[in-house]
Ligand binder design. Structure first.
Ligand SMILES: [Zn+2]
Length: 355
């Protein structure tokens, strides 16, 4: 199989291929519309494909597109896994397991080539626990707001790197990184905005996912992301676990060198923490599987330019959208082949260690 063929150029192509491959595996398919349209007026949906026995004892969940445009990679992993499963006529789910594939949790972002959703919400800052409120931004974010989110169209020549270096020199890199990426609930046109209430996608996941996994005593959830880490390498960021010692076996099987023992920055509203905290009747092991692409500065520059274009730009003369696609799903065949091979191995590993 030519692995590179599983990468899709648009959300619609990716969704159609996902649904077709799932039907080939006789999956139980369910689609949830988010009541928004794509650029060709197409319907935008989150698609669930369930494969396995009715009341499984264990499950593997593989999700893509929580961060919209990052979904082109996760979608490719899902499609490749399904195509391989059809090819070898083997599902690795035994008699008591199941796999649930969730396609494009943020279909708007995938369709419109954004990381955020229809309301500029970063969905992985939107899953606040019930005792938390959608309020405030870190003080440092307020200081950086003018730099991060200029209220003007992207200029022809953008002195971003110079300003970024000056900013980092002034405040220190850890402070800047934490302030920016940790999430904020105040600047609705800004980067890493966590929203003011649960978004439509969040509500769909919070209502549907617990139902699909209700009978399972153990769940391993791989949520695919890109844009953080070293080129074509991955790291697994587990959710905050109630009792980490219970998960040592699984961590070891995935390889302790691959499990991040540090958080890149403290975040509120992470989907994995919400799931682990709300599905406490089961062993819910969630990994944010982060695949590295370009440098943090380049990723931030592209995000900033696209956000600025989204709110204040007219024509995309500079190929800002194409640039964002590239930083989250590089076209280089070496990256695609390597990342996809590792992504597939992760899904197969989750199926192997689950029973
Ligand atoms: Zn992400």
């Amino acid at each position: 199989m030519l692995l590179s063929n599983v990468f899709s150029a648009s959300y619609t192509i990716a969704r159609n291929r996902f649904r077709e491959a799932a039907l080939n595996l006789k999956a139980n398919l369910e689609s949830f519309a988010i009541d928004e349209k794509g650029s060709n007026h197409e319907e935008l949906t989150i698609d669930f494909a369930f494969i396995g026995v009715k009341q499984p004892k264990w499950m593997v969940v593989v999700s893509s597109g929580l961060h919209g445009i990052e979904g082109f990679f996760g979608s490719a992993v899902q499609l490749a896994w399904m195509q391989e499963a059809v090819g070898r006529n083997e599902l690795q789910i035994g008699t008591d397991g199941a796999i649930l594939l969730i396609h494009a949790i943020n279909p708007y972002g995938m369709a419109w080539l954004r990381r955020t959703n229809e309301d500029n919400i970063d969905l992985n800052r939107n899953f606040l626990l019930s005792n938390k409120t959608y309020k405030d931004a870190p003080f440092e974010y307020s200081l950086l707001n003018d730099f991060l989110n200029p209220k003007s169209p992207p200029p022809l020549i953008d002195p971003f790197v110079l300003i970024a270096i000056r900013t980092i020199w002034r405040y220190g890199y850890p402070v800047v990184k934490q302030a920016i990426a940790g999430g904020q609930y105040e600047f609705s046109e800004g980067l890493f905005f966590g929203g003011s209430s649960p978004a439509k996608s969040t509500q769909i996941i919070q209502a549907a996912l617990p139902q699909w996994v209700s009978s399972a005593q153990q769940i391993i959830h791989l949520d695919f992301h890109t844009g953080l880490g070293k080129w074509a390498n991955y790291e697994l960021f587990p959710s905050v676990l109630p009792d980490p010692s219970r998960y040592t076996r699984v961590f070891r099987q995935f390889g302790l060198d691959k499990i991040a023992d540090r958080v890149p920055y403290k975040c509120r509203g992470l989907m994995g923490n919400w799931l682990a905290n709300n599905l406490i009747h089961t062993n819910y092991i969630y990994f944010n599987a982060e695949f590295g692409t370009y440098s943090g500065l380049k990723v931030l520059a592209s995000l900033r330019a696209e956000n600025r274009f989204h709110f204040y730009g007219k024509e995309d003369h500079k190929g800002i959208k194409a640039q964002l696609y590239e930083v989250f799903c590089p076209k280089a065949s070496a990256w695609r082949h390597s990342a996809l091979t590792q992504g597939l191995a992760l899904v197969n590993k989750a199926l192997e260690v689950s029973p």
